[in-house]
Design a binder for this molecule. Structure first.
Ligand code: GLC
Length: 420
């Protein structure tokens, strides 16, 4: 963990200087919210298995009304087809939401767009997609300004009462949502389908920045830490990487996030099956091309406390393993626990690196806003992160608070839209 922290610091510095680095360190054109944001805004959230539209009313005194929202499933054909089809679908969802919520036809809504992919920004309202991650492949989008693509789709679908005024990463939305209420918050983290973080950096430290001073002298930086690659890979990591949609990229993400944790546990199990250590020589694989060993399964197996691991047995039957012994199930449970423990320790090291970049001696208090299915739901994950932070910082770990910030990517985008 100490080695990861050291390498992370060095990659962060290089990224901030604009030199070659696995960390992109993207200036997001966003500062901490002032608390004066007011009005009704729309927010869009694209970046995982669903697309979401929300409307949120911000009131004075840093208060918000409960948001109205609707989720739409993103089918495989959409994320792997043509970009214009994907954006047409998004525009149709927005149109349906506006009609369903009876939002005033005569009014113009400012929209905050959470786009959770590495995006190069020239200002708050434009973002060029650098590269798709998390299995997205829609053609004709990489290198293009996604706000433009969305605006053209909205025009094609006849939606005229919206204006996309801000595009932000989901980590930034999460950070802004928490720091709206908590002045100690200086970092936002996503541990979900993908993983990434942002933090507040002093302008003087962003040596590649040419944009002049900001009012606070700070700027939120999207680290894109999923791409950090100074890590020791096992044979399983290499196997997973070479079979992925983006070999050689997003190495940390492939060891940590929900899209891959189940696959990794599955690959380890497959190797034990191959060596006839697991399932008594029956060559039945729990994970292969046609079968996905989901991260949810790995989490359920890890947390199984039922007698003889009977819940794991039911789950294994579901994935086609009819006969397993208690020893098999115990071994599989251990595999799942090791995979998630490593993921939590890598995440904790990356968090520790960012916090010590901001405050090397941990003199102040720090809140880390965290969202995502792995942090929220994966068995014992948040506890494992906390114990790794204690291992790193000893008593001083109490200065760091991790706060689950649900729906940050929706609310935060609306708050940011209100600052524009
Ligand atoms: C991937 C994306 C990143 C996003 C993260 C969490 O790593 O590249 O932009 O923040 O997933 O959704």
């Amino acid at each position: 963990m100490q080695r990861i922290i050291k390498d992370f610091h060095s990659e962060m510095k290089k990224g901030l200087a604009g030199s070659k680095s696995s960390l992109k360190m993207i200036p997001e054109y966003v500062e901490r919210p002032s608390g004066k944001e007011k009005g009704e805004f729309l927010a869009l959230d694209l970046g995982g298995t669903h697309f979401r539209v929300l409307s949120l009313r911000l009131k004075s005194g840093r208060k918000t009304e409960a948001p109205l929202s609707k989720k739409f499933i993103l089918k495989k054909e959409l994320i792997k087809g043509s970009g214009s089809k994907l954006f047409d679908f998004i525009a149709e969802c927005i149109k349906a939401f506006i009609a369903e919520q009876k939002l005033g036809a005569g009014e113009k809504y400012n929209v905050g767009f959470t786009f959770s992919f590495p995006t190069k920004k020239k200002n708050i309202a434009s973002g060029l997609l650098i590269r798709w991650t998390k299995g997205f492949k829609a053609k004709g989008v990489e290198g293009k300004d996604v706000v433009r693509l969305l605006n053209s789709a909205l025009a094609r679908k006849g939606v005229s009462n919206t204006k996309v005024v801000a595009i932000v990463n989901d980590t930034v939305g999460t950070f802004v949502t928490r720091s709206y209420k908590d002045p100690n918050c200086d970092m936002g983290v996503i541990l979900g389908t993908g993983t990434n973080a942002c933090y507040c950096e002093k302008i003087k430290n962003i040596t590649k920045w040419k944009g002049g001073r900001t009012s606070s002298g700070e700027m939120v930086i999207n680290i894109e830490w999923g791409n950090f690659d100074k890590l020791c890979l096992t044979a399983y990591d290499k196997q997973l990487d070479s079979a992925s949609a983006n070999p050689g990229e997003q190495i940390l993400e492939k060891m940590v996030s929900g899209m891959y944790l189940g696959k990794l546990a599955g690959l380890v199990a497959n190797s034990l099956i191959e060596q006839e250590i697991l399932f008594n020589g029956q060559k039945k694989y729990i994970f292969c091309k046609s079968k996905n060993f989901k991260s949810e399964y790995a989490s359920a197996i890890e947390s199984d406390t039922s007698g003889k691991l009977s819940r794991t047995n039911t789950l294994l039957k579901k994935v086609g393993i009819k006969n397993s012994t208690y020893a098999d199930r115990k071994l599989l449970q251990r595999v799942c626990a090791i995979v998630s423990r490593r993921a939590a320790r890598i995440s904790a090291s990356a968090m520790a690196a960012v916090i010590t970049k901001i405050d090397p001696h941990l003199s102040g208090k720090h809140t880390i806003a965290v969202d995502g299915s792995v942090y929220e739901k994966h068995s014992g994950f948040s506890k494992k992160i906390k114990s790794a932070l204690i291992e790193i910082f000893k008593k001083k770990a109490s200065k760091i608070k991790l706060k689950l910030t649900k729906d940050g990517s929706g609310k935060g985008a609306a708050i940011i839209a209100a600052t524009v």
